[in-house]
Design a protein around this ligand. Structure first.
Ligand SMILES: *Cc1c(COP(=O)(O)O)cnc(C)c1O
Length: 403
């Protein structure tokens, strides 16, 4: 007897009543700077498609050819009969790109983060994690028996305090864990300071660079390269689901012994199917393109700077920074409603953006997150800012003007 559904229905009603119900907007074609929705065509400013490769014909063509050559699936985990030579070749290419000894593929970065901690650390070890780290890091750390410590976002005094705490508690191996880029703010983790502290306390550094690999730093090598500390970050995790083609898959890159141990013990690697052949081939092509995409990276920096400049001129508050994630802030009690209404109206003007409010971001810190792509033109950016201005005039100005 289904005694569960009534309880779920009332819980769902509560989610709706709180305005937190997530509904999915269907895209009627391929991903790109312009997408087709049921409400018409829209400029898309909410994809993690930083280099524009998700809808690019080249990875798609490589995947098509791979279907013929490698088949649709492998029906196996890696260690039984799910490793094609292209899987190993791709792992070597990822390691070469990032400058690590080796790398290992997972079905997603969520799985990479879910498996990496339990396989490498155990009771007696300490994991010190930034409070704003991605959910997959939080879950992965929970699955591990090491002692957990948490520090305030990018707060180096608090990180030092937690490191001292771990040392005083007699920790064996300590690892500091951080996102390279915090996705709700578009801010960077202060990696040079983190690496200094790691050195002082003989700790490892693990960076999840999902929002950076392919487009941040020299050659797109990510936040460690951006900060000049690539040789001081021990372990990297990342996704193929954002800049690197945007299909699916993730990886861990690092020292040989780390990768060897993950192949032996990482549970999402051992007990979940291998990455599909076409995804491997398409993602390899995406990485090849990304490695040579200096012009696209320069263009991405340029349109990002243009967006910030035009939004500042129009009187919007955008969190400072240089990353192509831009948090347009709508503070105060009414911020969540204002942000949601502006985002909704912007679609009428052909611009697709998404508003975020509590509990995804802190109370009073509602925002519309705008993500730029190398596939956006300067005209696209101008159109986006115009839509912000027009929507704000409808949502905010009438009320404010009368007070
Ligand atoms: C997107 C993201 C992930 C999840 O990546 P998937 O490959 O989609 O599972 C993990 N960590 C961070 C920091 C991310 O931004």
């Amino acid at each position: 007897m289904d005694t569960l559904s009534p309880r779920l229905r009332s819980a769902l009603d509560e989610i709706r009543a709180a305005g937190l119900y997530k509904s999915e907007r269907e895209i009627l074609g391929r991903q790109g700077p312009q997408v087709q929705t049921r409400r018409g065509d829209a400029l898309n400013f909410c994809a993690n498609n930083y280099l524009g490769l998700a809808g690019d014909p080249r990875p798609a063509q490589a995947a098509k050819e791979a279907l013929d050559r490698w088949g649709f699936g492998l029906s196996s985990v890696r260690f039984i009969c799910g490793t094609q030579d292209q899987h190993r070749a791709f792992e070597n290419e990822i390691a070469a790109f990032l400058g690590t000894e080796d790398a290992i593929l997972f079905s997603s970065c969520f799985d990479a983060n879910g498996g990496v901690f339990d396989a490498l650390f155990g009771p007696g070890d300490a994991i010190i994690s930034d409070e704003l780290n991605h959910a997959s890091l939080i879950d992965g750390i929970r699955l591990c028996k090491a002692t957990r410590y948490r520090y305030r976002n990018a707060d180096m005094d608090d990180l030092r305090a937690q490191l001292l705490g771990a040392r005083n508690d007699g920790a064996d191996q300590i690892v500091i864990v951080t996102d390279g880029v915090f996705s709700m703010d578009g801010s960077y983790a202060p990696l040079p300071e983190i690496c200094d502290l790691a050195e002082e306390f003989h700790a490892l550094v693990l960076v999840d660079d999902s929002h950076a690999t392919g487009f941040v730093g020299d050659g797109g090598k990510g936040t460690p390269e951006f900060f000049g500390v690539a040789d001081r970050v021990d372990i990297l995790t990342g996704t193929l689901g954002k800049a690197l083609g945007g299909a699916s898959g993730g990886y861990v890159a690092g020292p040989q012994a780390v990768i060897d141990m993950l192949r032996q013990k990482a549970r999402p690697y051992l007990f979940s199917n291998t990455l599909a052949p076409a995804v491997v081939a398409g993602s390899r092509e995406a990485l090849r393109i990304a490695a040579a995409a200096d012009a696209e990276r320069a263009h991405l920096r340029e349109v990002s700077a243009l967006f910030r400049q035009l939004m500042a001129q129009a009187g919007f508050t955008v969190l400072p920074g240089s990353h192509p994630i831009h948090a347009v802030m709508f503070p105060g009690d009414d911020g969540a409603r204002v942000a949601a209404e502006i985002a909704e109206r912007m679609l009428d003007y052909g611009v697709y953006v998404v508003a975020f409010s509590f509990p995804v971001v802190p109370r009073q810190k509602a925002r519309i997150r705008v993500q730029l792509s190398a596939a956006h033109s300067r005209e696209d950016v101008v159109a986006c800012v115009d839509a912000f201005i027009r929507a704000r005039a409808e949502v905010v100005a009438p009320a404010e003007g009368t007070h």
